[in-house]
Ligand binder design. Structure first.
Ligand SMILES: [Zn+2]
Length: 249
């Protein structure tokens, strides 16, 4: 059984199917949202393994805000475009967070993937970022063009490195990355709040726990909130919002 091993690290984790059902029922039941008018967005790592646990099975047309590690690399331009694409009279729903693999023996940060016998890292990008932080790897000029998300992910872990004295574990990195993904998303929403025509932005954040193919994947939900973009105060002043091309994204 994989569940006790997962719960030892993430006591609040539930299966991806359970999370999907619970929150979709909640949104359409308690909040009366019409599922056909929800524009779904994700800020998740681009790793193919993450399709098994999210809402893409139920909600179509996800707007992809995220990249390596789950950080919302689409940025302000992406968030404004997403805001403009929400159906008339509909709602926005963003599911976000990093991911972490677990082996059948309960080791975090690794995963046996579909069709493979050997283990690979999950989140591989986070494990690489940790390794480079530990070794103080030099940044090569071509990485800025060819590997910019990875560099950015590595940079996002600097405060964690500066705060601690020993090696950063993958669990610490995933928890910290959850905070980073969430903080950046909230800043992006705040900065683009005037671009949303809907009254509700449903935000669901958590850590996806990837398991071997024969087991369910799990999600440890950390935050669920409903924002009214018209009531968000203190918008950050971003002058590019005034450009015509930006308004028509
Ligand atoms: Zn990943």
């Amino acid at each position: 059984m994989i569940e006790p091993l997962i719960k030892a690290h993430f006591p609040g984790a539930k299966t991806g199917a359970e999370i999907t059902e619970t929150y979709l029922d909640f949104i359409s039941g308690a909040y009366g949202a019409n599922k056909d008018k929800i524009l779904f967005a994700t800020s998740l790592c681009c790793d193919d393994i993450n399709v098994s646990t999210d809402f893409r099975r139920v909600l179509t047309r996800p707007f992809t805000l995220g990249g390596l590690g789950g950080l919302p690399y689409a940025g302000l331009t992406g968030m404004v475009a997403y805001a403009h694409h929400v159906p008339d009279g509909g709602d926005a729903f963003i599911f976000y967070g990093p991911h972490i693999g677990i082996t059948d023996e309960g080791v975090l940060g690794q995963l046996r993937r579909p069709g493979q016998q050997h283990l690979t890292n999950s989140c591989g990008a986070l494990v690489l970022a940790l390794e480079r932080l530990k070794n103080g790897a030099e940044v090569l000029p071509e990485q800025y063009d060819l590997d910019s998300q990875q560099l950015s992910l590595q940079r996002s872990l600097y405060p964690l490195k500066d705060a601690g004295s020993g090696d950063i574990t993958i669990k610490e990195a995933v928890n910290f990355t959850y905070y980073n993904v969430r903080t950046r998303l909230l800043r992006l929403i705040k900065a683009s709040r005037s671009e949303f025509n809907c009254n509700r932005i449903f935000l669901l954040g958590g850590i996806i726990i990837n398991t071997s193919p024969e087991f369910n994947d799990y999600v440890d939900i950390r935050d669920f909130e409903v924002l009214d973009p018209k009531k968000i105060k203190d918008p950050e002043i971003i002058s590019i919002l005034a450009s015509e091309a930006f308004k028509a994204l």
